[in-house]
Design a protein around this ligand. Structure first.
Ligand SMILES: [Zn+2]
Length: 279
């Protein structure tokens, strides 16, 4: 993505290098499942977050490497791009877009949704309307989830989390959580899937309106990331079998499909991922 020299969002707080707190978390498999949940949940990750006890940061600080600084700058440009696109789209429907915050962290972070460890990966907390990004997640995405990596994988995930912010301010997430209280696990999971796929659709919408800055291979990087984090792909890696009823985020194919639907059309009215559930 062409990003150098472009506007950076002022809504990003970089806490990397300052939080040295250690998290009392479980072994690799727990971390893996945790990552899977975090990237895709719209908000009910809160309970899981709270299971992770955060210890007070030791207060040490360290200088960020040149590479870390550059990735930080990149995320600021991506968030600024999402602000521009969503301001425009909200304006067209006579509404005002409230920008989300974004916190870059390493090791551990405190949020209005509870404490989170670095294993959390990226997530959105509706209570403080902030996206939390542990950028080392993208290394895991490549090495453990087999995604291609690249800068646009990061851009896609930020745009996906912004999608959860859109769902929060439009009231979609709240409505879904309310409905889920009276549903069984399988039905509740179906709604979670619809919410996640819609966030992928919104990420696609953002990419559509950001086309002038895309470079060859960008969409492929986004699709590769979306595919690597599909429920079926994660289940196959963690348990070796695929259990559709336990899906909460959608299959690799569905995630790529909804991202592409948004990307190709740029048409918000096509993002009703809940409609298919009514049949
Ligand atoms: Zn999500």
């Amino acid at each position: 993505m062409k990003w150098k020299g472009r506007r950076k969002s002022s809504n990003v707080e970089d806490r990397r290098g300052s939080s040295k707190g250690k998290i009392a978390a479980g072994g690799g498999i727990i971390a893996l499942i945790f990552i899977a949940i975090q990237l895709f949940t719209g908000g009910d990750a809160t309970e899981i977050l709270n299971q992770f006890q955060e210890q007070a940061p030791a207060g040490e600080t360290r200088e960020l490497t040149a590479e870390e600084k550059e990735v930080g700058e990149f995320t600021k440009v991506v968030l600024a791009d999402t602000e521009d696109v969503w301001h425009q789209l909200f304006q067209q429907s006579g509404a005002r877009y409230e920008e989300p915050g974004m916190v870059l962290f390493s090791d551990a972070v405190n949020t209005a949704c509870g404490g989170a460890s670095a294993a959390a990966g990226p997530f959105y907390c509706p209570a403080d309307q902030t996206i939390y990004m542990d950028l080392r997640f993208f290394e895991e995405l490549r090495t453990r989830f087999g995604a291609e990596g690249g800068d646009f994988a990061i851009a896609y995930v930020i745009a996906h989390e912004v999608g959860h912010h859109i769902q929060t301010i439009l009231g979609t997430s709240g409505k879904v959580r309310q409905l889920q209280q009276n549903l069984n696990q399988r039905e509740s999971n179906e709604l979670s899937v619809a919410l996640e796929l819609q966030a992928d659709f919104y990420a696609g919408i953002w990419a559509h309106y950001n086309r002038e800055y895309l470079e060859g291979g960008d969409i492929q990087e986004a699709l590769s990331a979306a595919s690597a984090v599909g429920d079926d792909a994660i289940q196959r890696r963690t348990s070796g079998k695929v259990v559709p009823d336990a899906f909460t985020h959608g299959t690799s194919e569905q995630r790529m499909e909804w991202f592409m639907k948004g990307y190709r059309s740029g048409d918000l009215s096509r993002g009703d991922t809940f409609k298919q559930l009514a049949n």
